[in-house]
Ligand binder design. Structure first.
Ligand code: PGA
Length: 248
């Protein structure tokens, strides 16, 4: 499983009904490359229609609440996004950690709630530029991973995304050697956290991945795919990343 590349588009707060045609075009590219697992996480308002229009293409969510239901105005439960047609959710993205104060504990609880509802979970971790400059990148990221790590995790439903905060939406990408070091550290930590089966957990790289740099990033040891923001919004940009992944 670990050698099948996994390419996920994170649409963030972008996309109205009009953009469903972009998801259809992306799904058409993905269908031509069936050695790659590809998916799009649109805003929650598009999950149901994107799922209905693209059978067999993996639609995900960008977040879910850790509680099953209750007085949480504006939030969506894992069961709700699943019922809408999502099969997995991004959790603990750095924008949610920063904008909504999500802690490692919250992310862990969200992942457990997602799994309990039958969803896959993509847990995001990543250091800020200050943390990297201070030489703390590996310690910060492995610390986030330990703190966010769900009970009973298994490669069948858990994916990790390493997203250096300073590389998100900036056009800046770490050196391949830095990506290699971090993904190896994450792989080691997964071994310590879950023992057997940890090698099969896919570790995605995210942060300014595009059609021009995807091949190089995806060739780095322990990079099992990509979590892509800006370059996932249409097939012209996202298609070449899926194609790059299909060459592995
Ligand atoms: P980016 O975003 O590809 O636009 O840098 C990645 C992400 O935030 O998941």
């Amino acid at each position: 499983m670990a050698n099948r590349k996994y390419i996920v588009g994170n649409w963030k707060m972008n996309g109205l009904q009009q953009q469903l045609s972009d998801i259809a075009a992306i799904a058409a590219v993905a269908a031509k490359h069936d050695n790659v697992d590809a998916g799009i996480c649109p805003p929650a308002t598009l999950i149901a229609s994107a799922n209905a229009a693209n059978p067999g293409f993996a639609i995900g969510a960008q977040d879910c609440h850790f509680n099953e239901n209750g007085a949480h105005t504006g939030n969506l439960s894992a069961a709700m996004i699943k019922e809408a047609g999502a099969t997995y959710s991004i959790l603990g993205h750095s924008e949610r950690r920063a904008d909504h104060g999500e802690s490692d504990e919250d992310v862990k609880a969200k992942a457990e709630a997602a799994h309990a509802a039958g969803l896959g979970a993509i847990i995001c971790v990543g250091e800020t530029e200050e943390e990297r400059d201070a030489g703390q990148a590996v310690a910060v990221v492995t610390g986030q991973l330990s703190g966010s790590f769900p009970e009973g995790a298994d490669a069948s439903w858990l994916t990790i995304a390493y997203e250096p905060v300073w590389a998100i939406g900036t056009g800046r990408v770490p050196e391949a050697s830095d990506v290699e070091e971090m993904h190896a550290a994450i792989r080691n930590k997964l071994g310590a956290l879950m023992g057997e089966g940890s090698d099969a957990v896919r570790i995605l790289y995210g942060g300014s991945m595009n059609g021009g740099n995807a091949s190089e990033l995806l060739a780095v040891p322990n990079v099992d795919g990509g979590l892509v923001g800006g370059a996932s919004l249409n097939a012209e940009k996202f298609g070449p990343i899926i194609e790059a992944a299909s060459a592995f």
